[in-house]
Design a protein around this ligand. Sequence first.
Ligand SMILES: Cc1cc2nc3c(=O)[nH]c(=O)nc-3n(C[C@H](O)[C@H](O)[C@H](O)COP(=O)(O)O)c2cc1C
Length: 150
Amino acid sequence: MFSSLWSYLTSLFPSSSSASSTVRVSPSINIIAASQTGTALTYAATLQSTLTPLFPHTKTTQTINDDADIHIFILATTGDGETPDTFKATFQQIQENKEIQAQELTYAIFGLGNSTYNKFNACAKNVDGMLQKKGSTRIGEVGLGDDNGV
Ligand SMILES: Cc1cc2nc3c(=O)[nH]c(=O)nc-3n(C[C@H](O)[C@H](O)[C@H](O)COP(=O)(O)O)c2cc1C
């Protein structure tokens, strides 16, 4: 499924393959992963090491960072359409708009899910819904990764 994530991201940043010659100002990127069984964390680590040579100001954190130009969410869904435990505090932070000005966020979002579940990619869809409601700016469409391979 990482190839889906990478295809998704290269469609959002089409100049990244020639970034050294075309990107003049490097945005700061904050990768936030929500994982129950580790896949999203592995993807976040791979993404961090892939993006850092192109965009040196790339970090992986657990929270919204007001200083970041772009947030990239990699969000698994667990249980019956539930938010992974490690992301619950950030989910609440976005929901309640505490300590963040969500309307200022520019973000991309990629969900990890499985289409055999009724609530396919619910976490990514819910977070996107909250951010859209607050007036944040999404880059591209919501990416919907599927374990089921369809
Ligand atoms: C117990 C369990 C419940 C899951 N529930 C859902 C779900 O409700 N919706 C969905 O789209 N995917 C669901 N999945 C699929 C996971 O989101 C998918 O396997 C994902 O890659 C796991 O990422 P993680 O290892 O970072 O937690 C579930 C997987 C497991 C093991």
